[in-house]
Write a protein that binds this ligand. Sequence first.
Ligand code: MN
Length: 498
Amino acid sequence: MELKKNYKFWFTPGSQTLYGEECLREVAEHSAVIVDSLNKSGKLPYEVVLKPTLIDSATIRRTMNDANTDDECAGIITWMHTFSPAKSWILGLKELRKPLLHLHTQFYKEIPYDTIDMDYMNTHQSAHGDREFGHMVTRMGKNRKVVAGHWSDEETQRRIGEWMRSAVGVIESSHIRVLRVADNMRDVAVTEGDKVEAQLKFGWQIDAYNVTDIAEYVYQVKDAEAEELTEEYYDKYDILLEGRDEAEFRAHVKEQARIEIGFERFMNELDYQAIVTHFGMLAGLKQLPGLAIQRLMEKGYGFGAEGDWKTAAMVRLMKLMTAGKPDAKGTSFMEDYTYSLVPGKDGILQAHMLEVCPSIASAKPTIKVCPLSMGNREDPARLVFTAKEGHGIAASLVDLGTRFRLIINDVDCLPLEKPMPKLPVASAFWRPEPSLITGAEAWILAGGAHHTAFTYDLTAEQLGDWAEDMGIEVVYINKDTTIHSLKNELKWNSVYYR
Ligand code: MN
C-alpha cells in the first residue's frame, strides 16, 4: 500500500514594487537560494517549489487558486521578504483552501554593521513586512502555522518539515474512507459520534456494510492463496504452539490469512482505507480478525475495535502523516487496560483483545492461538510482542455532542518490569506525562476514551496543528499540565467552541 505521495509545497515570497527592479531581482534570487537550501537540507519530507514573487492582488488570488486545484500541492509557504501591503493578500487568502505556513525569516543572519544603509534596510525588512502580513491573517481569522528563525538553522528546517506532515494530514484527511462492518458496541458511549459532522469537519466518509458482505470475500479466498500467506507468516514470525496440536494451530492461523486476504480485497475494491470490527458482531466469520487486522494495520490501514470508527480514522490519518519517515517506530490502535500504581514503577499497560499493530513491536512478533474469553468463536491467532521503548503520543478524538475534542497526551513507553508469559496479546507499558496520576486525572476530566491512536512518530504539536486546521478543539496533556490549569482551559474552550 503506497502511503507516501509525491506532495509539493509552494514557496511564494511576497514583495512590492516600491523599491524598484533591483530589489525585486534580489527577492527572487534570495528566495531561490532559500528553496534550494531547504530542499538540500535533508530535513524536509516533501519538496519545496519556488513560485514567482507575489506582489499584486490579482496574481496572489490566482496563485492561491492554482494551489487549491493542484492535487500535488499540499500547502503554501510564504514569507514577506520586503514589505508586501497586506490588503493585496485579502482575496487570495480568503480563497486559499490549502494549509498555510508563514515562514518568518530573513535572508541574512547578521546585521552588516559596517555597510548597512537604507537600501539594505528596505530590502531586508521581513521583521516589518511579516508583521503586516501576519496582522492580516490574524484579522481574517485564518488558521496558519508561524515558524520564525533563520532558514539555514536546523531547528527552523526541522519545524518546517514537521509542519509539512501536519499539512499532508489535512490534505489526506478528506480522502479517508472508513468501512464499518459492525456497529459500535452496544451501550458504549465514547466510541460513538456524529458521522455527518465527522465528514464536515474532517472529510471522512464512514460507511456501514453487513458483516456477511465482507465474510463472503473471506469464503472466496482460494485455499492456495491462504496457504501461501500462512507460509509467509511462518517465515516472518515465531510460532509458539504452547502444547497445541501443530496441524490444528496452523489451521487457525490459516483462517486469519483468509481474513486478511478477503478483507483487503473487499477494502481495495470498495476503496476503504480504515476498518472497524466488533467481537460481538462476526456473522459468518470463524474467528475475530486478530492477526489479520494486525497485518492490515502494519500495511497502513486504519483500525478501531468495537465499531470505533473515530479511532480507525485517526490511526489511518497518523499512518499517512508519518509515511516514509526514515526512523519511524510505528503507529497503532491501542487501549488503556490495566495499571501499575506502584510508585516509581507506575504506568498503564496498553493492549487490546488482539489488535495491536506490529509496527510498534520491539522484536520479532510471535504467533499464538488462544481462546478469546469473549464471544463464541474459534480461538483466534494473533501476534504477540511488546512495544518499543521511547516517547510517543496517544490521541483520543471524542464527540462531546456539540463538538469534537482531540486529546493528545505525551507518553513514555517504558521497559516491562517482568515478562508476562500468560498474557496472550501484544502490549506496551507507558507512563503518561506529567505523571500517571495527573495524566490520568487530566485525561478523565477531558473526557478521553479508553481507545487511542498511538504513534512514536509524530509530536503533539504536529497532530495539534492538524486539528487546528480542522477547526476542532485540542487539549494537550504534557509535562506542563496541572489540573487547575486544565480545568480552566476546558471551561474556556467550552465558551469558544460552541
Ligand atoms: Mn476495546
